[in-house]
Design a protein around this ligand. Structure first.
Ligand code: NAP
Length: 228
């Protein structure tokens, strides 16, 4: 069985997806900078910093067989005050959230046969930004656009390209924020089932409702998202 490569696999949605794949007998190549636990059977851990080209090359070099899917999940979200910015932090955020999915997907094209899938994990904030995280929102908007471009170019090669839009999920990224958050295991199940279904978008639960409302009342949704 061909493996799924999951970036950002050490915690949160990526760790839950890795665990789910392992439980279903699907091999996983798990990529992150630090792993606290030893890999489960069927999981290969690759330590790589994807915010730089060396780390991307290292992750790509670890793939020696055709992939079932590539899940570009690793991401960071940082607050940024435009009046007092941290340029290095902003560039790192763009590098991980937008540039890494681009370069990793290109580098792995030889390992993505007809029938393979690329999943890019974007955000509802790609549609409407929240004020405190302008670079995060811009990077996810860029990734959403890149996803559509990938679909144009990779579709003719028989590769399905999917955008996954999590709602608020209970991970380290959202610690101390929001209520009624989706468990990461539920989001992981939506991603894995979405890969098998092959539809262009994975938007479980509240995400689907927000996207539906956005089609009818985009200004209302923009105001709600701006509340953060
Ligand atoms: N949680 C939500 O509500 C939510 C909503 C919408 C979208 N998303 C998106 O879902 C994805 C997963 O988010 P999450 O909530 O699971 O976040 P998380 O719990 O903070 O996990 C982020 C993952 O990315 C990895 N990572 C961070 N910097 C990295 C780097 N430089 N190189 C390689 N890996 C790196 C982390 O591992 P290391 O630190 O070990 O490298 C970790 O495994 C992200 O793209 C996020 O934007 C999340």
């Amino acid at each position: 069985m061909n493996p799924i490569l999951v970036t950002g696999a050490s915690r949160g949605i990526g760790a839950a997806l890795t665990a789910l794949c392992a439980a279903r007998g699907r091999p996983v190549i798990a990529v992150a900078r630090h792993f606290a636990a030893r890999p489960a059977p069927g999981v290969t851990q690759i330590t790589a910093d994807l915010a730089g080209r060396d780390g991307i090359a290292r992750a790509a070099a670890a793939v020696t067989m055709p992939l079932h899917a590539l899940v570009n999940n690793a991401g960071i979200q940082q607050a940024l005050d435009l009046a007092d910015p941290d340029p290095a932090a902003a560039e790192r955020e763009i590098a991980l959230n937008l540039v890494a999915p681009l370069h990793l997907t290109c580098a792995l094209l030889p390992q993505l046969p007809r029938g393979a899938t690329v999943v890019n994990v974007t955000s509802l904030l790609a549609r409407h930004p929240k004020p405190s995280a302008p670079v995060y929102c811009a990077s996810k908007a860029g990734l959403a656009s890149l996803t559509r471009s990938m679909r144009h170019q990779l579709g003719p090669r028989g590769i399905t390209v999917i955008e996954a839009l999590p709602p608020l999920v209970d991970t380290q990224m959202t610690a101390g924020r929001g209520a009624a958050k989706m468990p990461p295991e539920t989001m992981a199940r939506a991603i894995l089932d979405g890969i098998e279904r092959g539809r262009p978008r994975i938007a479980p639960g509240p995400s689907r409702a927000v996207l539906a409302l956005d089609r009818l009342l985009p200004e209302l949704v923009a105001r709600l998202m701006a509340r953060g």
